[in-house]
Design a protein around this ligand. Structure first.
Ligand code: TXE
Length: 489
């Protein structure tokens, strides 16, 4: 029997097992089989990683910016060279189609590293000339050891989204990838050794959220925590980090509205709505999971969505033709199924999907996997739980609306505020509505078009603080104002 691959922590430039010698199983969700193990790290491992990061901080933060950038660019080069290998690993680990991993996740992870390597060279410091008698300027120093905790849906993309700005600005890092999808972060850690990163600059500790994650958040020598994940976990982290007065960036859940006015370009709106609903099996915090369509076009839109959903046939994620893969775990699939049942109980009509694919619709290799058909539900009101709570799976509802004010109120009527999509050809209306939507990002006539320079994050329960561009670089610094009096003889 082949031996099971055992992943390693990266601490002080060395690949090591958990101090306790314990392991957690890592499952391939498309088959349900355990295919590797990760270190079940605890406080002892986190302490070792933080010590290594602390020891590396003085040299890394004092290094010329161009040299730090070169390290990140070297890592990006290696990742790009190994794109196929990483895409394959990400597909096995997450259940997402390998075609998505190789065209989106991995290239975007490369782009994150390159973007922040370049952006840090262009950071500016504010300076003010104060009424002719003082000059104020702001020194921004890296805050120290940054704790970066990432989720399972876009594992490498979101891991690099956090570590790249932290490293670029001069912080050292202890990263804690999701225990559900550890593989690509593990492989990236190995690449940092090949890229010649100084020891201790990037440390990666695997393990559960309750053990390794919590120990990282509680560590007194980690002054900044950047977290992406569920709202409940974000609230728990805030309860620990808040009283310790840590810097905190939380990117949490969403329940994003996708609003289609009658004047919209319908084929385009439909093509984007279907992608926004079902890309990555609906497991993207920016997915559009509540679609509002102006009544005159409602029936046509529902029919168009049902037709297009047929293109998202569940298949083996490793098959390059597959567009729609497996959910990330049996537990998560169970959660999504419970919401489909809830939608039925609340009086919804399942227009398509709503169940597992028939066994013979899947190739034999993946018949034990966590598959669900893309699901479209109508007939629900905006206030029911199905339309209020984050499902985070291949489930979208469609509702008709009559007026602007009505749709605004319903779109804004959830605890979340991450993203909103708006489809109209009326320029005045686009500006009018976009400005009033409760969302950190509003996409007008597009979805998931990203510019890494803009602030990214959520309003209300969708988060705290902003990532992206200058905001991300600033997050990992402690600004200090220096005021110099100007004497006039
Ligand atoms: O994520 P968790 P879960 C949503 C989605 C999903 C729900 C729960 O609705 O169904 O969250 O997902 C680490 N201290 N999103 O439970 O727990 C954990 O190990 C420190 C939206 O799988 O939030 C992992 O590394 N860390 C989301 C990370 O937190 C802790 C993406 C995220 O896990 C911890 C994923 C603790 N006490 C899920 N507990 C998005 N915004 O994109 C867990 N962790």
């Amino acid at each position: 029997m082949a031996t099971m691959e055992q992943l390693a922590n990266l601490i002080n430039g060395q690949q090591v097992s958990a101090h306790s010698g314990k392991w957690l199983d890592n499952v391939e969700p498309a088959t349900g089989a355990v295919y590797s193990q990760i270190p079940h790290s605890d406080q002892t491992d986190i302490n070792a990683a933080v010590t290594a990061a602390n020891n590396a901080f003085a040299e890394w933060s004092a290094m010329p910016v161009a040299k730090r950038s070169a390290h990140l660019q070297a890592l990006a080069d290696l990742l790009e060279e190994n794109l196929e290998d990483f895409a394959h690993a990400e597909s096995i680990d997450t259940g997402k189609p390998v075609s998505l991993a190789r065209t989106v996740d991995i290239p975007r992870a490369v782009a994150n590293l390159r973007f922040f390597a370049a952006a840090v060279a262009h950071t500016q410091s504010d300076a003010y000339f104060t009424d002719n008698h003082a000059i104020n300027y702001t020194l921004r120093k890296p805050v120290g050891v940054a704790g970066c905790i990432s989720p399972w849906n876009l594992p490498l993309y979101l891991f690099t989204w956090k570590i790249a700005p932290a490293l670029a600005i001069g912080c050292t890092v202890v990263g804690k990838p999701s225990e559900i999808t550890p593989m690509t972060a593990h492989k990236l850690g190995a690449l940092t050794i090949d890229a010649g990163f100084p020891q201790g600059v990037l440390n990666i500790v695997h393990g559960s959220g309750a053990t390794a994650g919590a120990a990282l958040v509680e560590h007194p020598d980690v002054p900044a925590i950047s977290f992406t994940g569920g709202t409940v976990t974000g609230q728990a982290i805030a309860r620990t980090a808040g009283p310790m007065l840590k810097k905190l960036a939380l990117e949490l859940g969403g329940k994003n509205p996708f609003i289609v006015f009658e004047d919209a370009n319908m084929p385009e709106a439909l093509d984007h709505a279907i992608r926004a609903a079902f890309t990555n099996q609906g497991q993207i915090c920016l997915c559009g999971s509540r679609i509002f369509v102006q009544r005159s076009r409602y029936d046509e839109f529902v029919a168009g969505m049902i037709e297009r959903a047929q293109d998202f046939k569940p298949g083996d994620p490793l098959d390059h033709e597959t567009r729609f893969g497996s959910l990330v775990s049996a537990e998560h699939k169970q959660k999504v199924c419970s919401y489909i049942q809830l939608a039925k109980d609340e009086g919804g009509t399942i227009e398509c999907g709503g169940k597992e694919p028939d066994a013979d619709a899947l190739p034999p290799r993946v018949r034990g996997g966590c598959f669900l058909e893309p699901t479209i539900i109508t007939g629900l009101n905006a206030q029911c739980r199905t339309n209020q709570e984050e499902i985070f799976g291949p489930v979208t509802t469609i509702m008709p609306f009559d007026h602007e004010e009505e749709v605004l109120q319903r779109a804004n009527g959830t605890p979340y505020g991450l993203a909103a999509m708006l489809w109209t050809n009326d320029l005045d209306r686009a500006h009018r509505i976009a400005g009033q939507l409760d969302a950190g990002t509003v996409w007008v006539n597009c979805w998931l078009l990203r510019d890494l320079r803009v602030p990214f994050g959520g309003m209300k329960q969708s988060g705290l603080g902003r990532e992206g561009g200058t905001e991300a670089l600033h997050f990992f610094t402690e600004p200090k104002n220096i005021c110099i009096r100007v004497r006039h003889n």
